[in-house]
Design a protein around this ligand. Structure first.
Ligand code: MN
Length: 328
């Protein structure tokens, strides 16, 4: 056999052998960057010893396990089918990876979209902090406090013992964690000793709210209606006139055709969000105004229902053309 093919076979052999090996993620900041809220020594031991320890033990526990190839998330979702060691160390690896990502030395604020979701659920960002702090304090022994997005896509605060997390099938309150706070003593003991409340009061100074916002927006994507009030308003009138008309009830469009036209005209002078400006074609908005004007004229002249319906269909198609432009 030629040297080259032996070499290729060796590469394939070794890459298979190590393919599923979980590895320590890189930190986006230095060990002392979160001072004075989280001290350098704690960070170094937490990352290099504790997190690395979970990873080493996870890799060991997954050896010869039949479903070891799956992603960590997939493993955790069915963790009841794995050993206790996979549960503890797989959880440990996932939880700490998330923890490093949601910390930052740079000061950070939630996006408006995420902030309004917080306000809707908890009243304010401060009430969320209070709630998470209380949960963290009442978690007996080691564990984590979480902000999750649950199955109903709602934000929820939960806690779990040990290295469990809300992805796991063994956990009662399930969801996708977007913010996790480590309340194991190893996370704070060197600096705060037994005073978990001081640690929890200080950690808010280094939470990476932008990163948490991004995680939230991945799970609950922003709709184009969230930032563009005028299209939201137009959509309301369009859907409450078009859908009854489709069912044969033209009364709503007959009473609201003027309003539909006005809302269409407002689109043109409205504040189109910056990220949509390059996408939306103003000619399509002009066409929508024309379409709605035609509907209104037909209504005023008491034209046949079939003609009104045809014109309304056209306006509805044009509206969806605008929505399509926003999405691409
Ligand atoms: Mn920890």
């Amino acid at each position: 056999m030629r040297m080259k093919s032996i070499f290729i076979i060796l590469i394939i052999f070794f890459s298979n052998l190590f393919a599923q090996n979980h590895q320590l993620p890189k930190l986006a900041y230095s060990f002392n960057a979160l001072e004075p809220y989280i001290d350098e020594a704690t960070m170094k031991i937490h990352y290099e010893k504790h997190h690395q320890g979970y990873i080493n033990n996870l890799n060991k526990a997954l050896q010869n396990h039949e479903n070891a190839n799956l992603s960590l998330e997939e493993i955790l979702k069915n963790v009841s089918k794995y050993s206790e060691a996979v549960r503890n160390n797989g959880g440990g690896h996932f939880n700490h990876t998330l923890f490093w990502e949601i910390l930052t030395p740079n000061g950070s604020k939630p996006t408006n979209y995420f902030k309004s979701a917080i306000e809707k659920q908890f009243g304010s960002l401060d009430s969320l902090k209070v709630l998470m702090t209380q949960k963290g304090l009442s978690q007996f022994g080691s564990g984590w406090v979480w902000l999750i997005v649950n199955a109903e896509k709602k934000l929820e605060v939960t806690s779990t013992p040990n290295q469990d997390n809300p992805l796991m099938d063994v956990v009662k309150e399930k969801g996708i964690p977007i913010l996790g706070i480590d309340v194991w003593e190893h996370a704070y003991y060197l600096k705060y000793q037994n005073k978990r409340n001081d640690y929890l009061a200080n950690i808010w100074n280094v939470i990476h709210w932008e990163a948490v916002s991004q995680k939230y927006e991945k799970i609950v994507p922003k709709s184009i209606f969230d930032d563009w009030t005028a299209i939201k308003d137009f959509h309301k009138v369009m859907s409450s006139t078009f859908h009854p008309a489709e069912e044969g009830n033209l009364e709503p469009i007959k009473t609201r055709s003027q309003e539909l036209l006005d809302k269409a005209k407002l689109l043109k002078t409205s504040n189109i969000p910056n990220e949509l400006k390059p996408k939306v074609n103003m000619e399509t908005i002009d066409k929508l105004i024309k379409d709605c004007d035609k509907v209104h004229k037909l209504v005023k002249s008491k034209s046949k229902d079939s003609e009104i319906m045809k014109a309304l269909n056209t306006a509805h198609d044009t509206f969806h053309e605008i929505i399509g432009q926003c999405k691409h």
